[in-house]
Design a binder for this molecule. Structure first.
Ligand code: PLP
Length: 392
């Protein structure tokens, strides 16, 4: 029996283990110099004013909404079709999530779907780059900027994706990233907020560390320099949303692998596209006209006439030793959001019901890739027309 094929797997070499061990040996394991270095490298890579490392993308979204001035009485437009953290962050600040539908091809909000649900109380939109597919931030800002609505880009899945040649998230006032192992670049748990203003970055740094005016790392540096002790003040309600230096050490190595990760994923996505072109009734997610995806989630949308239903297909794949996953969830269908009134969300419901995420990871072999393709054809009662060929 061949080995079970996972849906995703982090790509680590000995370098990550060495970097983590060095952080431990240094004695500085909490937020310190490696977090600062990771932030600088991330900001440089994206070409943004500042990047602030935090404990997850969920906490990144929470802080971004606070810094965007969103609070009780405000409405925030979000896609229901997203990991539930997107909508939860809105409730953390006491605001109301308002669900808008998504485009069927990209899984992302559009100007039209947001325009249809905005009201005088709309304070922000969380624009998700679903599964790594870049959303059209430029068009969304074209709608929102003149209305004073802040666009927060939830780029949790989109490190390495591009929008009109720029890194996804780089054009946003706030963009948030996840370093959970289901995403490309991972630090175990971890997140980042990128911003277009240095003063906003400074406030986010205070908010992630209890609202403290001076970070523990800066206080330590002053102590070592023999300067007079720096006394911190607490100027507003803050949080402990810090990343550790052990995580940041791993993140720095992972950031250096990002281009290779994206190239490999795009190659395998293209190989799926060719191999599945003879499979009727199924559509693989693709790049939008204005950008390139990192294929964080390489999803397949089944037409209504596909021979088997999505859950049955996942079951058959599982029996063949292949882990797929249901497509992106829809928050409005979960009990936690049963009390939220919403407009009809037909594309959201279709995508969450009829799509599945195919295995795709850096170390995947062509033989494993062929097995996934074979299982999909077998489920449709067909044989694979021709071998998919080598990965170019
Ligand atoms: C994964 C994900 C999150 C949450 O990320 P964490 O780092 O696990 O908190 C938020 N939004 C989207 C769109 C995600 O895919």
């Amino acid at each position: 029996m061949s080995e079970r094929i996972p849906v995703m797997k982090p790509w680590f070499g000995p370098e990550e283990a060495e970097a983590a061990a060095e952080a431990v040996a240094s004695g500085w394991v909490a937020q310190g110099p490696r977090v600062a270095a990771f932030e600088r490298a991330f900001a440089e890579r994206l070409g943004v004013a500042d990047a602030v490392a935090v404990s997850s993308c969920t906490t990144a979204l929470h802080l971004a909404l606070i810094a965007a001035g969103v609070g009780p009485g405000d409405e925030v437009v979000v896609p229901s079709l997203s990991f539930i953290a997107t909508a939860n962050a809105v409730r953390y600040v006491g605001a109301r999530p308002v669900f808008a539908d998504v485009d069927l091809a990209s899984g992302n909000l559009t100007v039209e779907t947001v325009d249809a649900v905005r009201t005088a109380a709309t304070r922000a939109v969380i624009l998700v780059d679903q599964g790594g597919v870049p959303a059209d931030l430029d068009a969304m800002r074209g709608l929102c900027d003149p209305l004073g609505i802040v666009v927060v880009e939830d780029a949790a899945c989109a490190a390495g994706s591009t929008l009109r040649g720029r890194p996804a998230g780089a054009g946003a006032s706030f963009a948030t990233y996840s370093f959970h192992p289901r995403k490309l670049l991972t630090t175990g748990e971890g997140g980042m907020v990128t911003v277009d203003r240095a003063d906003v970055g400074a406030r986010l740094r205070r908010l992630r560390e209890h609202g403290m005016s001076v970070s523990a790392a800066d206080r330590d540096a002053a102590d070592r320099g023999g300067a007079a002790p720096v006394l911190e003040t607490y100027d507003e309600l803050g949080f402990n949303y810090r990343m550790t230096d052990v995580q940041a050490a791993i993140g720095l190595v992972q950031l250096g692998r990002l281009d290779a990760m994206v190239a490999k994923r795009r190659g395998f996505a293209e190989r799926y596209r060719k191999a599945l072109s003879g499979l009727p009734g199924a559509r693989l997610v693709e790049d939008p006209a204005f950008g390139e995806s990192n294929f964080q989630a390489c999803w397949l949308l089944l037409d209504e006439d596909f021979p088997v239903a999505r859950d049955e297909l996942l079951g058959r794949m599982s029996a063949a030793g292949i882990s797929g996953r249901r497509g992106i969830m829809a928050a409005h269908l979960e009990p936690a959001y049963a009390d939220v009134a919403h407009v009809p969300l037909p594309n959201t419901e279709r995508l969450t019901r009829d799509s599945l995420i195919l295995p795709l990871f850096h170390q995947m072999t062509e033989e494993q890739h062929d097995r996934v393709v074979g299982a999909l054809y077998a489920a449709a009662g067909l044989t694979v027309p021709e071998p998919a060929g080598v990965l170019s």
